[in-house]
Design a protein around this ligand. Structure first.
Ligand code: NAG
Ligand code: NAG
Ligand code: NAG
Length: 484
């Protein structure tokens, strides 16, 4: 375990030096904020190990197995028959800190629970294949991932101490879809699930995402803040029309080299640098975060002086570009970055084959409408170029349709699932956030809250409404456990 933790911290320093240009549609599940001391003190409570898993759960003739990574923390475990809490991993590396703080940690503490964090096949340390060719990726899909969880739970329950244990799943973002769909498909294996910010409707063209980003800045910063953002986009697009404007643009955004202004795809990557920076701020916002961003736009010196310079400065700060480096925007190297055996490539494959979730430029009068290079063609071309020519728009649409057919889109039929959303979370547009899912599956949508807020620990800046929903989820989970 000690060796493992050392490796982990080594990787995080390497990443800090090499900020990724884009985040695209994937989510980086950052551990609860404000617990650094706890993490240091209690790291030894978390152990990491592996379980043998069938590669293809649906083909009895295929005997191939792989090793799936998981972590566990038994510090609260009350002995035979006490409950099991599973944090379900999505398109990221599992991180031991999620078993040391946050709302599931509190649930385990209150109910003498055994905590587990399972890693999703093909991600993190559960890569399975040395390279991610389209051929090798065919075992990466939601059906196999849910079956992994079912197999995992069944194997755990073969241990006498867990034979009578109830199981609760907790998942955020794509993993929220997973826990809700798991409860639907394998209701006999879990007593209930907590789904945080699940975009349960698969949708290829997803302009609503940037519409909520716009709405979030409007709600938190008002007209004035939106005005700054709108002018930044407009000034940038106007600058592209002249030679002198282009040089000013390259300078303002700290680009290493001029853009290829005739290449729509390269402009798509550049537009992404802008939109993904704003959406990262929104997706990770706690109360006060966006107001601080808006304040810095109003301020004459914080980010720069002209609207376009302010954008460049904001991007450099939020994405931690060092003073001596620059952004290298190039479509081919952007594609090449997806050619490696990474979480990003695996997730992009899932978007091409199952979800879409392509954050296209809105067409509804938002500050981001001008970023028209963020088109369906831009996103779907990536599917074709990095995986297979056959992955065209019709193929991608079919994949999303299949997922909605199987799981019911915005009308899932499921019991005992707590469905939580943040109102300023761009992903809530693809979730059920206005009404309960069923009598036993309540929905809580919280103002001023963003993506997966409820999974976190308590912070002073949290609103009473945020804390109350976290408590309500804990009470509901406790009531499931006391009934059983
Ligand atoms: C991918 O890995 C396989 C072995 O699993 C190997 O035969 C193949 O050449 C590799 N392909 C690429 C493109 O690296
Ligand atoms: C990605 O790898 C494939 C081989 O698997 C290669 O044909 C292709 O040219 C590479 N693409 C880029 C952009 O490097
Ligand atoms: C949900 O619970 C209700 C009430 O217990 C029951 O009638 C219904 O069949 C359940 N639905 C599912 C999908 O399990």
């Amino acid at each position: 375990m000690i060796v493992f933790l050392l490796l982990l911290s080594l990787f995080s320093t390497l990443w800090a030096k090499d900020p990724r240009l884009v985040q695209m549609t994937e989510v980086d599940m950052k551990p609860p904020e404000g617990f650094d001391e706890v993490y240091e003190r209690n790291a030894r409570n978390v152990f990491v190990t592996w379980i043998r898993m069938p590669l293809d759960h649906f083909d009895p003739q295929n005997p191939t197995e792989f090793l799936m990574r998981f972590m566990f923390n038994e510090q609260f475990f009350g002995g035979d028959g006490s409950p099991i809490f599973i944090m379900v991993g999505g398109e990221w590396d599992i991180d031991h800190r999620w078993l040391l703080a946050g709302n599931m940690f509190e649930m385990a503490r209150e109910n003498k629970g055994y905590q587990v964090y399972t890693e999703h096949r093909y991600y993190g340390g559960t890569k399975i294949f040395a390279n991610f060719t389209a051929e090798n990726l065919r075992f990466l899909n939601i059906d196999q991932a849910l079956a992994d969880l079912a197999y995992f739970i069944t194997e755990m329950k073969k241990q006498p101490r867990f034979a009578e244990s109830e199981v609760v799943l907790y998942g955020g973002s794509y993993a929220a879809n997973m826990v809700m769909w798991f409860k639907k498909r394998y209701p006999h294996l879990v007593v209930g699930t907590v789904a945080s910010s699940g975009p349960i409707l698969a949708k290829v063209d997803f302009p609503e995402y940037l519409e909520v980003v716009h709405e979030a800045f409007m709600l938190e910063g008002g007209e004035e803040c939106i005005g700054h953002i709108r002018r930044g986009v407009e000034e940038t697009i106007a600058a592209m029309q002249t030679e002198s404007g282009r040089r000013l643009l390259e300078q303002s955004y700290r680009l290493c080299a001029p853009l290829d202004y005739d290449n729509e795809n390269e402009l798509g990557v550049f537009a992404g640098l802008i939109s993904w920076t704003f959406s990262t701020s929104v997706q990770q916002a706690r109360p006060g975060t966006l107001q601080a961003v808006c304040q810095s736009f109003t301020d004459h010196t914080s980010y720069g002086s002209t609207p376009m310079e302010k954008f460049g400065g904001y991007i450099a700060i939020i994405r931690r570009l060092s003073d001596t480096s620059c952004w290298s925007i190039n479509y081919d190297s952007f594609l090449t970055s997806y050619n490696e055996t990474t979480n990003s490539r695996a997730w992009y494959y899932q978007t091409c084959t199952e979800y879409g979730f392509y954050q296209t430029a809105p067409r509804s009068g938002t500050a981001f409408d001008g970023l028209k290079w963020l088109s369906l063609d831009f996103y779907v071309d990536i599917c074709k170029r990095i995986f297979d020519e056959r992955f065209d728009l019709a193929f991608v649409e079919d994949g999303a349709e299949r997922v909605n057919l199987i799981f019911g889109g915005l009308e899932p039929v499921v019991n005992n699932t707590i469905n939580i959303h943040g109102y300023i979370d761009p992903w809530r547009a693809l979730g059920v956030y206005k009404n309960d899912i069923s009598e036993t599956s309540p929905t809580y949508t919280v103002n001023r809250a963003s993506h997966c807020f409820d999974m976190q620990g308590w912070l002073q800046s949290d609103t009473i409404e945020m804390t109350a929903v976290q408590q309500r989820a804990r009470r509901t989970v406790a009531s499931w456990l006391s009934k059983s």
